[in-house]
Design a protein around this ligand. Structure first.
Ligand code: URA
Length: 160
């Protein structure tokens, strides 16, 4: 069992995905987004023509926490240099921010991911989306926000 789960995928990659932190399945397999959230993500992206093996996938924090607790400010700060190094190596055109944790690291002006719009910073498009873990729980507003974001992502990706 891995204690840390680092990013996985091609470098460079046009699209990079940043989640929150690995869950129990990710720790078991040593890869990000391989549990239920990851399976949902893979299926949703395939529907709009984005193949998982083209993506670089990582998390803000690389360690598991019992009960999947959201990362603390301290954990985020500690792992930020690794995340910044990954971004430099991957050189993405689009960075998909899954959930509030990843969104607030790059778009701190956003109060919640559901009300946050994509933004280009230094030539990279930061694209916030609800976290798949909360989408599969089925809250109506989150599901609606996800569907809207997927539609927007589909047309955005065609332009890139
Ligand atoms: N949720 C995350 O944020 N990251 C993973 O790798 C898996 C679930």
């Amino acid at each position: 069992m891995a204690n840390l789960v680092f990013g996985f995928g091609p470098k460079p990659a046009a699209i990079m995905i940043i989640g929150e932190r690995p869950g129990a399945e990710e720790i078991k397999f040593g890869r990000p987004f391989v549990g239920r959230s990851g399976q949902f993500l893979t299926a949703e992206f395939e529907k709009i023509g984005i193949k998982r093996d083209e993506l670089y996938i990582t998390n803000v924090v690389k360690t598991y926490a019992m009960g999947n607790k959201p990362p603390t400010k301290h954990e985020i700060k500690n792992f930020l240099p690794i995340l910044e190094k990954e971004i430099r190596e991957v050189r993405p055109k689009i960075i998909i921010l899954l959930g509030n944790t990843a969104t607030k690291v790059f778009l701190p002006e956003c109060s919640t991911v559901k009300r946050c719009e994509p933004k280009t910073i230094k030539g990279v498009l930061y694209f916030p989306m609800p976290h798949p873990g909360s989408v599969i729980r089925g809250y109506k507003k989150t599901v609606e926000a996800w569907e809207k974001a997927i539609e927007n992502l589909s047309s955005t990706v065609q332009k890139y």
